[in-house]
Design a protein around this ligand. Structure first.
Ligand code: NVA
Length: 229
């Protein structure tokens, strides 16, 4: 996208061919540009700022286990990335408290954080950013993590792996959480880095239910936008 012609022209051409577009992009602005110029629905399939379809699916998975969502607490441990950003907006929207524990300099997008806090205020939920993963998971019903190196950040791999080491989701960290807290990861996971085998394959992991629910949630999103259900 954006290589042979402008994104705006691609949007116009694709709109003549298809009923909807799901776009996985590096830049958030490119998704917006496509959406502005398309006459069919454009679904954000992930970009460097947000990962909304993942969050829709994750809220569904949490609801299956721990409904109602309102009043639960989610602790996100790791990089304040696209997944974290969308979870902030999603948690706020459903009235779920969320704390993101991230290293200094790797916090969520400040503008998005303001937006999430505004939404949370109306729903009676709290949105917090912290640096200590142990206190962040205290009292949490859901512990969530994602990769330390997102798409496009491959050159920062070595540095990030050092900085994020204390943010690994392992059994020691889970000792600080509620005994019935569940663990989530949007996948693909880097076992031994952001999450250990023991946790990912352990009794509190709902990672593979979460993976299955991506399928069902994506069907719901298509039904909503393409069939108007
Ligand atoms: N944060 C990750 C999510 C992958 C589905 C990335 O952007 O690479």
């Amino acid at each position: 996208m954006g290589r042979g012609e402008t994104i705006a022209d691609t949007a116009r051409v694709l709109s003549r061919y298809v009923d909807g577009i799901m776009y996985r992009a590096f830049k958030h602005e490119n998704v917006r540009e496509l959406a502005r110029n398309a006459s069919v629905p454009v679904i954000n399939g992930l970009d460097d700022r947000e990962h909304p379809c993942q969050t829709v699916s994750d809220l569904f998975t949490i609801q299956e286990r721990k409904a109602p969502l309102d009043g639960l607490k989610l602790a996100y441990v790791g990089d304040g990335n696209n997944v974290c950003n969308s979870l902030l907006l999603g948690s706020a929207t459903v009235g779920m408290d969320m704390t993101a524990a991230c290293p200094a300099g790797y916090e969520p997008d400040p503008e998005l954080l303001r937006e999430a806090r505004q939404i949370a205020k109306d729903r009676g939920a709290t949105i917090e950013v912290a640096h200590d993963p142990h206190s962040a998971v205290r009292g949490a019903d859901v512990i969530y993590t994602d990769v330390w190196v997102s798409m496009g950040q491959e050159r920062e791999k070595e540095e990030r792996e050092k900085i994020f080491r204390p943010y690994q989701v392992n059994t020691k960290l889970l000792d600080h959480a509620k005994p019935d807290a569940v663990v989530m990861h949007c996948l693909p996971a880097h076992r031994g880095l952001e999450i250990t085998d023991e946790v990912m394959d352990g009794p509190r992991s709902i990672v593979f239910d979460q993976a299955e629910n991506r399928l069902h949630a994506q069907k719901a999103i298509l039904a909503r936008f393409l069939a108007g259900v």
